[in-house]
Design a protein around this ligand. Structure first.
Ligand code: HEC
Length: 149
């Protein structure tokens, strides 16, 4: 973990502690925020819900059920992730996933599954793609995630 990531984690931990005083339990507060933003995004693009389901099966055991990251697998949402990917093409994120993930079995996922998972990950950063049916549709889209709601 870099110094910057550590600082982000420390800040997030502090904010969680502060939030606990206000809402009963930081985790449940965060879960309902994720669920609320996912359901409004799903109205615009129903594939995001499929992506959430596939993420839970294929990715959550390493990246965490809320994309929060576990041990060596980094978070797939939040400041550091957005700093890494914003400004790049959606196709690059798709390519990173389809060619290197899951880390213990890269190349095992079909195109359609990676497409919906990519849509789901981006939706957590408030970047809602239109439904897409092929990877080429992602070539022209520049990523511009913002903090989740
Ligand atoms: C076996 C554990 C494991 C599984 C399963 C897994 N990952 Fe990863 N992932 C990692 C690790 C470890 C890294 C960091 C090292 C690396 O880049 O390979 C990583 C890195 C990433 C990155 C780069 C993150 C960044 O900050 O740029 C993305 C994107 C990603 N994974 C997406 C996924 C998706 C989507 C899935 C499900 C299809 C998935 N991963 C499944 C372990 C895993």
């Amino acid at each position: 973990m870099s110094t910057r990531q550590r600082a982000v984690v420390a800040a997030a931990t502090w904010m969680c502690a502060a939030t606990v005083i206000l809402i009963a339990g930081c985790t449940s507060g965060e879960k309902s925020a994720v669920a609320a933003s996912a359901s409004s995004a799903t109205q615009t693009n129903p594939q995001i819900a499929q992506g959430a389901e596939r993420f839970a099966v294929r990715c959550a055991r390493c990246h965490g059920p809320l994309m929060e990251g576990i041990e060596h697998a980094p978070p797939l949402k939040g400041e550091a992730f957005q700093a890494e990917w914003n400004g790049k093409k959606a196709r690059e994120l798709y390519k990173r996933i389809i060619s290197t993930m899951p880390q213990d079995d890269p190349g095992s996922l079909p195109e359609q599954e990676v497409l919906v998972i990519t849509e789901f990950i981006l939706s957590a950063g408030n970047f809602v793609l239109p439904p897409v049916s092929k990877a080429n549709d992602l070539n022209a889209i520049t990523l511009e995630m913002s903090k989740p709601l």
